[in-house]
Design a protein around this ligand. Sequence first.
Ligand SMILES: Cc1cc2nc3c(=O)[nH]c(=O)nc-3n(C[C@H](O)[C@H](O)[C@H](O)COP(=O)(O)OP(=O)(O)OC[C@H]3O[C@@H](n4cnc5c(N)ncnc54)[C@H](O)[C@@H]3O)c2cc1C
Length: 407
Amino acid sequence: MSSSEIVVVGGGIGGLTGALALARAGRAVRVLERASGFTEVGAGLQLAPNATRLLDRLGVLDEVLDIGVQPARLVLADARTGDGLAWSDLERARRVFGHPYVVMHRHDLLDILLRACQAAGVTLETDRAVTGVQTSADEAQVTCADGSSYAAHAVVAADGLRSTLRASMHADEPVTTGDVAYRGALPIEEVKRPHDPDTVIFWLAPGMHLVQYPVRRGEMYNQVAVFSSPSYAAGAQDWGNPEELEAAFAGTCPPVRTALDSLNRGFRWPIYDRPPIDRMTQGRVVLLGDAAHAMVQFLAQGACQAIEDAVTLAEQLTRHDPVLALDAGSSEVGAAGGQASLERALAAYESIRAPRVARVQRSARVWGEMWHIDGVGLTLRNELFRRIEPDDFSHADWLWGWRTPGD
Ligand SMILES: Cc1cc2nc3c(=O)[nH]c(=O)nc-3n(C[C@H](O)[C@H](O)[C@H](O)COP(=O)(O)OP(=O)(O)OC[C@H]3O[C@@H](n4cnc5c(N)ncnc54)[C@H](O)[C@@H]3O)c2cc1C
């Protein structure tokens, strides 16, 4: 009998949410993670209502709310003058969208997903660097660098920005914007003068911005400084170094300058995205998360979109390629449907997700340009921002109000 197991390659937020959604839908799931543990960057993450709605459906929202923070407002401010530009009332957003905006430590979310996967019976393996997948009419065969191999009904490629499995589907490469991020979450007592604990604040100036918010029940504080590197534009190898960080933030107001004092300069993240694609599946392989649609971080939606992918994939498999009981009355599940029903499910997933994520990827780029704009564009942007009412979410409805077809 061919395998009924679904193998998820990559145990980041996308892979573990995918594994959990599939297990909740009654699938046998195995996660293969290249690293020696399930870990995340020591920094924060914003989760908008489109993601918290789905975490609720997966049964983990209570834990997320227990350790995350529900800020009262998002604030946009001018990083040079310190003046407020616009703000959004997140309590009102929760009433409009039915679910909260949450900020949390990445480790905390990954831990919650890992425990939920364990409780749902997902098999979790580390030190498994997947090198390739062969698919046939009956099954997929996943091979790893250590020589191990696994038969699978379907393979979910959630192996991130530099996905190995995407490379066999698309010949593209990650694209950098020339922006670089320095980020990290520190115990709140180690941060000099953190901003109001009820606020996610975005400080904007030409070619740079800083984001600050509390995480882990307010015990830690997350800061992300991003700037457009002049030496990237000049073709330098060592672009985006700490000296450039200092120079980029030189003309900013005192709260922003103070924030830089508690920023870890030991590691930097050059910002990359991928061009939008129409094709997210091939044979028995399907792309999910950054492997499918890495995006610049300006809309804070990369992980949120991976969560949308995860739930949509599980829904479409249930609809088109349901699990078959081995025999009436058995609690075990046997072989899932054949190749045709799997292909129908993956094609349905692709037709829902590809246009959605392409719009988010493109909008994230435009939003980034608006944040870093200079000259007359900046004057016009500020004028526009000042007109937005704190309780008006009509501009965010397409993003935060999205629902899966099964919702
Ligand atoms: C500065 C910054 C701020 C951001 N802020 C936000 C935010 O506030 N909100 C938000 O929603 N998003 C945000 N994002 C985006 C978000 O971090 C990503 O979109 C998300 O983490 C992607 O998750 P993923 O699981 O798809 O990929 P990854 O997190 O990259 O996970 C991929 C996993 O696959 C494993 N892997 C790779 N190759 C293999 C292989 N061959 N075999 C087995 N395993 C493999 C890796 O070890 C890793 O564990 C931000 C990004 C940046 C850079």
